[in-house]
Design a protein around this ligand. Structure first.
Ligand code: NAP
Length: 461
C-alpha cells in the first residue's frame, strides 16, 4: 500500500466537525481536480487506482490505494472513469454493496448509448446506490477556481438519502446542487454538456436566413437595378449603405417576432376558451427563444447606430453634400429651409434614439444578474409594456423615414416594394392585433381564461 499521507479516516458517521472520507476511482484529470477541491473543503480523499504509484500530480494530502481497499474506506465513491471501462467494477460488486456511487461521466455524442451511463452503472451494480452529479462541471474550472459561470451541479438518483449525501458534498464545495429527480433524468443531464447553444439555434438560423434575404434584395434593387437602368456603379454600397439598410430592418422584424408568439398564444386561448391545453410545440419553442431573438435584434440595432454615426465620414456623403452646395452656387440660389423635412428628420432621429434606449433597457433587464433582482411584475412591466413601447417607437422611426416611399412609383423597382415597406409588415400586424387584444371586450375574457376560467370544460384535462 502506497500512502501519500498519513491522514486515514475510518468510515464512520460524522460526529465531530470532521468530514467523511470520500473515495475517488480514477486519478485522471477530473479525479485529481475534484480530489483537490474536496481536500480544500476539508474532505479526506482516498483514490482507488490501477496503480498505487505516487505521482506528484495527485493532491498532496490524498491516499492512493487499490480499488477494493480504497472503496472500503468510504461510503461515497466517485467514479471518475470513462463509461467504457465500467466493466472492471463488476468484480468489486461485493465491496461496493450498499455504497453510494457517483457517476460523473459524459459521452462524446448525444444519446450515444440506449441508456444513460448512470443507469448502466446501476444495472452493473444493483446493490449500490447510484447518483448522477458533477458531469456539467469541467476539471479545468474545478482546478482553476473559475466556477462563477457554472456553479450549478445537476444531481439525480433513485435513493433519496444517497442523493442528499451527494448534495451535501456539492454544497460543501461551494457549488449549488439542483435536484433533477430520479435516475431517469441522467440521460438529459448527460446531454447538457454536449449541447451547442440549443436555445440560440432557431434565432440564429432565422436571423441568418432573413439577413441573407434582405441583403440580396437590397443588392438587386440598389446596385444591380441602378447599374442596368441608370448606368451608375454603386457597388461600394455593399460595405456600409446596404448593411445600414439591412440592420435596422432586421432589428425591427426580430423585435416584432419576439411579440408574435404572445399574440398567437392569446388568440389560441381565446379560441379554445381555456388555458389548460398545451400550445403546439412550435409555439412553445418560439416562446422559449424570445430572449435570444430580442438580443439578436438589439445587436442589429446597435450596428445600425454605429453605421449611422460613421455616415458623415464617408466619401459618398461628402460628395453628395458638396454637389448640393455647388449646384446652389451655380444657380445662385439658396434653397430655403424645408420645415416639413426638418420636422420629419428630427422626429425620425428622436424616435430612433428613444426606441434604441428602450431596446438597450430590455437587453439589460434580460441579463440574469439584473432579472434576478426584479420581481415578476417588474420584469413583465419592462419586457411587455416597455417592450411594446420600444416596438411602437422603432416602427414609428421606420415609418417616418420610409413612409415617403410608400406612394412613390420610383420606390417600386421591378415592381418590388422598398425594403422599408417590407420591414413594416410584421411590426404593424403585431401592433394592430395587440391593439385589438387590449379592447375590454377581448381583454376581459382573456384575463379570465388566464386566471383559470373555462368556456368549455371538455377541453380541460
Ligand atoms: P482521464 O484523464 O482519461 O482519466 C480517466 C481515469 O480512468 C484514468 O486516469 C485511470 O485512472 C482510469 N482508467 C482508465 N482506463 C481504465 C480502465 N481500463 N480500468 C479502470 N480504470 C481506468 O479522464 P477524465 O478527464 O478524468 O474523465 C473521467 C470521467 O470524468 C469521464 O467519464 C468524463 O466524461 C468525466 N468528466 C470529465 C470532465 C473533465 O473536464 N475532464 C468533466 C466532467 C466529467 P487510474 O490510472 O488511476 O486507474
Amino acid at each position: 500500500m502506497n500512502k501519500n499521507s498519513s491522514n486515514t479516516m475510518a468510515l464512520a458517521p460524522n460526529t465531530s466537525n470532521k468530514r467523511e472520507t470520500v473515495c475517488i476511482f480514477g486519478t485522471g484529470d477530473f479525479g485529481r481536480a475534484l480530489g483537490h477541491k474536496m481536500i480544500q473543503s476539508g474532505y479526506p480523499v482516498v483514490y482507488g487506482s490501477r496503480s498505487t504509484q505516487i505521482s506528484n500530480l495527485i493532491p498532496k494530502d490524498a491516499e492512493v490505494l487499490g480499488h477494493a481497499e480504497a472503496a472500503q474506506k468510504a461510503a461515497i465513491i466517485i467514479i471518475a472513469i470513462q463509461r467504457q471501462h465500467y466493466n472492471f467494477l463488476t468484480p468489486l460488486a461485493e465491496v461496493l454493496h450498499g455504497k453510494v456511487l457517483v457517476d460523473i461521466s459524459n459521452n462524446l455524442k448525444l444519446n450515444q448509448y440506449p441508456e444513460s451511463n448512470a443507469e448502466y452503472l446501476a444495472q452493473l451494480l444493483p446493490g449500490s446506490k447510484v447518483v448522477k452529479a458533477f458531469n456539467t462541471v469541467s476539471a479545468w474550472a474545478l482546478q482553476s477556481g473559475t466556477l462563477d459561470a457554472s456553479r450549478q451541479v445537476f444531481v439525480c438518483g433513485d435513493d433519496v438519502e444517497a442523493k442528499q449525501m451527494v448534495m451535501n458534498i456539492v454544497r460543501a464545495l461551494g457549488l449549488t446542487p439542483l435536484d433533477k429527480g430520479s435516475l431517469l433524468a441522467a440521460q438529459e443531464i448527460e446531454n447538457y454538456p454536449l449541447q451547442l447553444f440549443p436555445m440560440w439555434r432557431f434565432p440564429m438560423f432565422l436571423s441568418l436566413g432573413l439577413t441573407a434575404f434582405f441583403f440580396f434584395y437590397c443588392v438587386a434593387l440598389d446596385i444591380i437595378y441602378t447599374y442596368i437602368y441608370e448606368h451608375n456603379d454603386f457597388s461600394f454600397f455593399i460595405a456600409i449603405t446596404i448593411p445600414n439598410r439591412v440592420c435596422p430592418v432586421m432589428a425591427l422584424v426580430l423585435l416584432a417576432l419576439v411579440y408574435v408568439p404572445g399574440i398567437f398564444a392569446a388568440i389560441i386561448q381565446l379560441y379554445r376558451g381555456t388555458k389548460y391545453r398545451r400550445f403546439p410545440d412550435w409555439l412553445d419553442k418560439w416562446m422559449l427563444c424570445r430572449k435570444q431573438l430580442g438580443l439578436i435584434a438589439l445587436a442589429f440595432a446597435s450596428l445600425h447606430v454605429v453605421f449611422t454615426l460613421v455616415t458623415p465620414l464617408r466619401a459618398f456623403a461628402s460628395w453628395r453634400t458638396g454637389k448640393g452646395i455647388i449646384s446652389q452656387a451655380l444657380n445662385n440660389k439658396t434653397e430655403p429651409l424645408d420645415h416639413t423635412k426638418a420636422w420629419l428628420s428630427d422626429s425620425y432621429l428622436a424616435l430612433g434614439i428613444l426606441g434604441f434606449f428602450l431596446f438597450v433597457l430590455l437587453g439589460i433587464t434580460s441579463l440574469p444578474s439584473v432579472s434576478n433582482n426584479v420581481n415578476w411584475r417588474e420584469f413583465r412591466f419592462v419586457q411587455s409594456k416597455l417592450g411594446y413601447m420600444a416596438l411602437i417607437l422603432c416602427t414609428a422611426h421606420t415609418l417616418v423615414y420610409g413612409g415617403k416611399w410608400f406612394l412613390s412609383p420610383s420606390a417600386y423597382k421591378w415592381y418590388l416594394p422598398n425594403i422599408y415597406i417590407l420591414s413594416l409588415i410584421v411590426p404593424c400586424a403585431v401592433l394592430v392585433v395587440k391593439f385589438v387584444l387590449i379592447f375590454p371586450c377581448v381583454d376581459k375574457p382573456l384575463t379570465e381564461i388566464r386566471q383559470g376560467w373555462e368556456r368549455n370544460p371538455k377541453y380541460s384535462e
